[in-house]
Design a protein. Structure first.
Length: 218
């Protein structure tokens, strides 16, 4: 009985955190520029160990040149790699993009797949990237665990894990399913603006009294 009460209390607290963060960051969403699922897939692959701002600079021209999976496949590897060189790890990322486009053409009729199982089979796509695509491009709820979500969810006491897959499961247990994607965006924005890694601005935090983080700044 005690465990059920605890879970219910955590669910209630998670909703309260969501509501306050949504009020603070009403426009929270993915900061990558895209117009269709393929563009978002490519952008998320490029965003690995690269800032979204840098990716958006690169994709502004990239998406004009490459519009369909066949366009990426038709390009010589070296040419595509050069087109994305500013994003870092460009040889590996070009390889992942071209192999993913090959699979999309051969197995999915040229369309980005809409399930977790199919997405994570694409090179360069893990659960985090897959959940971005599912939630943002297709409106299918998913918890996106990046470095900010990992840090903020731990400080809020919603998880004790460091493994992204386990953090994802912990958040799925306390956050209503229809809010999974947006809750992730809110934690990212909060992590960037207030709940920083080194010096969190706890006095400015809208969820301060809902947060059990023991090392709050004064």
């Amino acid at each position: 009985m005690g465990k059920k009460v605890t879970v219910a209390a955590e669910k209630k607290r998670a909703v309260a955190v969501y509501d306050r963060l949504q009020e603070r960051y009403p426009d929270a969403t993915v900061t990558l520029d895209f117009k269709n699922p393929l563009q978002l897939l490519v952008a998320t692959i490029l965003a690995a160990q690269c800032t979204d701002a840098r990716v958006n600079i690169v994709t502004k021209d990239l998406f004009k040149k490459y519009k369909k999976p066949r366009d990426y496949l038709a390009a010589p590897h070296g040419e595509l790699a050069q087109d994305i060189v500013q994003c870092g790890f460009f040889n590996q990322k070009a390889k992942s993009i071209q192999k993913s486009c090959d699979i999309i053409l051969r197995e999915h009729g040229g369309k980005v797949p809409r399930t977790m199982e199919e997405l994570v089979k694409l090179p360069g796509v893990g659960r985090k990237t897959a959940n971005v695509i599912l939630g943002v491009a297709f409106g299918l709820p998913g918890v996106i665990v990046d470095t900010h979500v990992r840090r903020v969810s731990a400080r809020l006491g919603f998880t004790k894990h460091t493994d992204p897959d386990k953090i994802e499961q912990d958040l799925m247990r306390v956050v209503p399913e229809e809010r999974w994607t947006q809750f992730s965006h809110l934690l990212v924005f909060h992590g960037r603006n207030i709940c920083a890694a080194r010096k969190p601005k706890c006095p400015e935090c809208p969820v301060n009294e809902l947060c059990p983080f023991p090392k709050k700044t004064k």
